[in-house]
Design a protein around this ligand. Structure first.
Ligand code: ATP
Ligand code: MG
Length: 562
């Protein structure tokens, strides 16, 4: 059984859910069976998450239904076990479960081969000796019909014999193909005698060297669906024109059932890329720190960065399912994750770019423990104690020697409230030989903790310097400088649009010691959500990734003129 994600139960049904629920209500199917069919040639990305949430989510909503995980492993040359493992990990992490329904298209090679023989016997498939170029030249165009292959009229016996010899490995790669005999004049190019088997003398991860002929995607996909008893075969829009072929192939053999193919639009996100080919290019050229680089739109990248499964499911629910191609704003994904984290993430204090503040009327050596709420958004989360001493650090951003208009934080003579603590006032600004501010000094007000901060007094984050823990903090920005790579001119390398400032490493940050022991994503008050980096952190040397800022600063920056 698939585990239903609570967010997946839509209050209003999208058109695919509508069809599925209707098919069950009308008694056409007692329950539904869907599948998620990745090709194991890369890591899953957020676009796949949309498909996963739809397929598994839908099966979870209708009693007795299920969703299969099926590896579409028909192309032995491109697949890798690393991808197979990562895909399973990612689907589970997103909160879904295929139970015992884990399959591979290669499980069906015998049956698919049987269907090919059935088509040949019915005079509906033939062995063709045309080269790729000849085939292309005789295919016609959208406005002109194609021309029949000279091999189209081979007899059933000839075809059976040649296909057997293809299978026996008698011919080199590409020498012959098996083609469906449909209609070279069809207005749908996919029906112009498509290739359904090709010779590829490449051993397969699962079937070894049993086969040297492999079915094409169209040949394998529909039959795999039919053999698994899939009721609704949900795929992305680019397969719409393949649907007549999907139906034709199933209709002309003794398949156990005829699944209904339904298409929806792919997810595209601004300022990133969503094709496995391009993501692989970034990995192979070393332009990112692997498939799970926190800037990548991969599930593993988002996980490493601190995104949560509930946040991603929430996003997929929010964007819905339609047939319109569009590009979704990255800000919508970040907002969905923020909403989840706001409820669930524990709060800590951290200082990204520390500036020393000496509290001049605080006795040296005295340490007081202050009570701090773990999550102001969740009173159940309790509180913790944080130390304060004579030497604290604040963030450099929270002090301006000459305050700009509308800047209300610290400046010479000004007072601010230390979060969960006391008011402090800047009396003295200490600089180094170059004129850089290196320390602030001033008193605290012992009475201030009991009162609410006065209007106009900013609340700032801080830490007791001797108690804080050093950490490296990594801040991320958009992967690309352009919202949509389809606007990159022909002939220009799309990787030139990579954002050179997408990663900023801060090596001198200080954080609350309990924060670095967190397994999940947490908040540094006023700074955003963070998560310990699983790849680069070492004992005593934490590396923290910023998941997202607290507000959509990006939208604010874009809205500013100039
Ligand atoms: P890519 O173009 O990124 O290589 P793909 O379609 O080749 O993706 P598959 O492994 O074949 O990747 O995809 C598995 C399933 O995920 C398919 O059903 C596919 O339609 C769906 N899928 C892939 N990309 C997206 C996307 N951007 N939005 C929604 N669904 C997607
Ligand atoms: Mg694919």
């Amino acid at each position: 059984m698939s585990s239903p994600a609570p967010e997946a139960v839509a209050e209003s049904l999208d058109f695919i859910r509508e069809i599925a629920h209707q098919d069950v209500q009308s008694g056409r199917h007692p329950a539904i069976v869907t599948r998620f069919p990745p090709e194991p040639n890369g890591y899953l990305h957020i676009g796949h998450a949309k498909s996963i949430c739809l397929n598994f989510g839908l099966a979870g909503e209708i009693p007795g239904s299920r969703c299969h995980l099926r590896f579409d492993d028909t192309n032995p040359a491109r697949e890798d076990i690393e991808y197979v493992d990562s895909i399973q990990e990612d689907v589970k992490w997103l909160g879904f479960d295929w139970g015992s329904h884990l399959f591979h298209a290669s499980d069906y090679f015998d049956q698919i081969h049987g269907f090919a023989l059935e088509l040949i016997r019915k005079g509906l498939a033939y062995v063709c000796d045309q080269t790729v170029e000849e085939m292309r030249a005789s295919r016609g165009t959208l406005t002109e019909p194609g021309t029949d292959s000279p091999f189209r009229t081979r007899s059933v016996e000839q075809n059976l014999e040649l296909f057997a010899r293809m299978r026996a490995g008698e011919f080199p790669d590409g020498a012959r193909t098996l083609r469906a005999k449909i209609d070279m004049a069809s207005p749908n190019m996919n029906l112009r005698d498509p290739v359904i088997y090709r010779i590829k003398k490449v051993p397969h991860d699962r079937t070894g060297d049993k086969w040297c002929i492999y079915p094409t995607y169209d040949m394998a996909h529909g039959y795999s669906d039919a053999l698994e008893g899939i009721t609704h075969s949900i795929c992305t829009l680019e397969f719409e024109a393949h649907r007549p072929l999907y139906d034709w192939l199933i209709d002309h053999v003794s398949a156990p059932c005829h699944p209904r193919q339904i298409e929806f639009s792919r997810l595209n996100l601004t300022y990133t890329v969503m094709s496995k080919r391009r993501l692989l290019e970034l990995v192979e050229k070393g332009l990112v720190d692997g498939w799970d680089d926190p800037r990548m739109p991969t599930i593993s990248g988002l996980r490493r960065r601190g995104f949560t499964p509930a946040g991603i499911r929430h996003f997929c629910h929010r964007i819905g399912v339609t047939k319109y191609n569009s590009v979704t704003d990255m800000g919508i994904l970040e907002e969905a994750v923020r909403e989840d984290l706001n409820k669930s993430a524990p709060r800590f204090l951290g200082v990204l770019r520390p500036l020393k503040f000496t509290i001049t009327n605080w006795p040296a050596g005295k340490v007081e423990m202050l009570k701090a709420l773990n999550n102001p958004a969740d009173p159940e989360a309790g509180h913790r104690e944080i130390p304060i001493s004579r030497e604290v650090v604040i963030d450099q951003d929270d002090f301006m020697e000459v305050p700009a208009p509308k800047y209300f934080r610290l400046a010479p003579g000004r007072t601010a409230r230390l979060r969960h603590g006391y008011n402090v006032t800047v009396e003295e600004v200490i600089k180094d030989a170059e004129g850089n501010v290196i320390e602030l000094r001033g008193p605290y007000d012992p009475e201030s903790r009991e009162s609410k901060p006065k209007k106009g007094v900013a609340v700032i984050h801080w830490l007791s310097a001797p108690h804080a823990v050093p950490a490296e903090v990594r801040l991320y920005d958009r992967l690309l400088t352009v919202p949509d790579t389809s606007t990159v001119p022909e002939g220009t390398d799309w990787t030139t649009t990579l954002n050179p400032d997408s990663l900023e490493i801060l090596s001198g940050s200080l954080v609350e010691s309990a924060s670095v022991g967190q397994k999940g994503t947490f908040q540094f008050e006023r700074l955003g959500y963070f998560r310990l980096d699983s790849k680069h952190s070492q004992p005593g040397k934490p590396v923290l990734n910023r998941t997202v800022t607290l507000k959509d600063t990006w939208a604010a920056i874009q809205a500013k003129p100039g």
